[in-house]
Design a protein around this ligand. Structure first.
Ligand code: ATP
Length: 375
């Protein structure tokens, strides 16, 4: 795979490096009785690959549309490059949006599609052409200028849509689930490419997705949305290793959450307590081990996934944990892979996380969990 050299498409980086590209201050949006976005504060740095992650209906697209200017906040302010743009229409904002359905013109070839925005802005033909060809080079589609969209694959169409937005040299590129229509393999390839393109051009990317793997793969930072509010903003590793709430722990990975009596019995802690599946060592019950087991239980589910196997373990002390093991030894692990197998579990204390209960979680009434934070 060849990669384009850094281009000047990302001129936004040259200006005001310390001014955030996007700032939302107390932004809410109501549609009748529905509170789609509920008091969101957010700062996205210049040149950052920022993702908004959350389940369907959590408000992330509405936030993106307010940044683009397609929706006006019911309350709060939107700033771009330090300037208040709250009441401004989309065309008066230095942003471009790439949608999931690409919205390419079928009767125009690729070059004409990419040039279109510049034509509307009455940019002279020579410059238009140069910038469009440069944008096509950035998305590795130099040889495709004469094709019609119908003569391209899904991934190529997606890249044309990206070139069409990049050619305008926006300060911020907004991407609304742009990989949603691609199959899994292509999606993974495009995730890597998108990140590389973003690094090349240096433009701030603000990316909406409900796919946690996609967000972890590409982002500098991720905001996790639930019910119109942001639960946590953090870099991918921080989000995964130190989720702040039950919701984040469950949405980004497998949370392995134990509460109340089970948490006390297994972890010796009160509140909502969690450990990631790959942080647990599992051995056959009674087998020699360096450390005494932390808990014992019975394998109740086995899911073989090729490189790893997921084990569901019913704990003797109450509760259930998922354990993930890499399939390093093939058949040597098969003894553990029987439902009903008795097993011992161990872990290091540093991997045990105490979570803040999510407000809408019925279990959050547990007073013992109040004020809990990561260790
Ligand atoms: P998805 O991943 O499904 O796109 P999302 O997290 O992007 O979901 P939004 O599209 O922002 O969520 O929607 C948030 C809430 O606002 C939902 O309950 C949705 O039904 C509601 N909503 C969004 N747009 C409108 C609208 N134009 N009129 C009424 N309700 C709306």
């Amino acid at each position: 795979m060849t990669h384009a050299a850094p281009t000047d498409l990302g001129n936004a980086k040259d200006t005001g490096a310390t001014t955030p590209a996007v700032e939302l201050s107390g932004v809410s949006k109501r549609f009748g009785d529905v509170v789609a976005v509920d008091g969101v504060d957010l700062t996205i740095a210049d040149g950052e690959f920022f993702s908004m992650l959350g389940p369907s209906g959590s408000g992330k697209t509405t936030v993106l549309r307010m940044v683009a200017g397609f929706e006006e906040p019911t309350s709060g302010r939107v700033l771009l490059g330090g300037e208040d743009v709250t009441g401004r229409p989309p065309y008066a904002r230095d942003v471009n949006t790439v949608f999931q359905d690409y919205a390419l013109f079928p009767h125009m070839d690729v070059l004409a599609n990419v040039e279109y925005g510049l034509r509307v802005k009455k940019i002279a033909k020579k410059e238009r052409r140069e910038r469009a060809l440069e944008a096509l080079d950035t998305v590795r589609l130099s040889g495709y200028a004469d094709r019609r969209p119908s003569q391209l694959s899904g991934g190529q169409r997606q890249r044309v849509a990206l070139a069409r937005a990049l050619v305008n040299r926006p300060r911020v590129l907004l991407l609304d689930e742009p990989l949603g229509a691609l199959d899994l393999k292509l999606r993974r390839e495009m995730q890597i490419e998108l990140k590389q393109i973003q690094r090349d051009v240096g433009i701030t990317f603000c990316f909406v997705t409900h796919d946690q793997e996609e967000a972890l793969t590409m982002s500098d930072r991720i905001a996790v949305f639930n019910e119109g509010q942001i639960q946590q903003v953090a870099a991918p590793a921080e989000l995964y290793e130190h989720p702040a709430t039950d919701f984040v722990a469950g949405f980004v990975g497998t949370s392995n959450l134990l509460k109340g009596e089970a948490a006390r019995a297994v972890f010796g802690r009160d509140g909502h307590v969690s450990i990631r599946p790959e942080k647990i060592h599992m051995t056959a019950h009674g087998a020699a081990a360096d450390e005494p087991p932390r808990a014992s239980g019975t394998v109740s589910e086995v899911a073989y996934l090729g490189s790893v196997t997921h084990f569901g373990v019913d704990l003797d002390g109450g509760g259930h944990l998922t354990v993930l093991r890499q399939n390093l030894h093939g058949s040597a692990d098969q003894a553990l892979s029987q439902r009903g197998q008795r097993v011992d579990l161990g872990w290091a204390d540093e991997h045990v996380i105490t979570l803040t209960p999510t407000a809408s979680d019925p279990g959050s009434a547990d007073p013992a969990a109040d004020g809990a934070t990561t260790p």
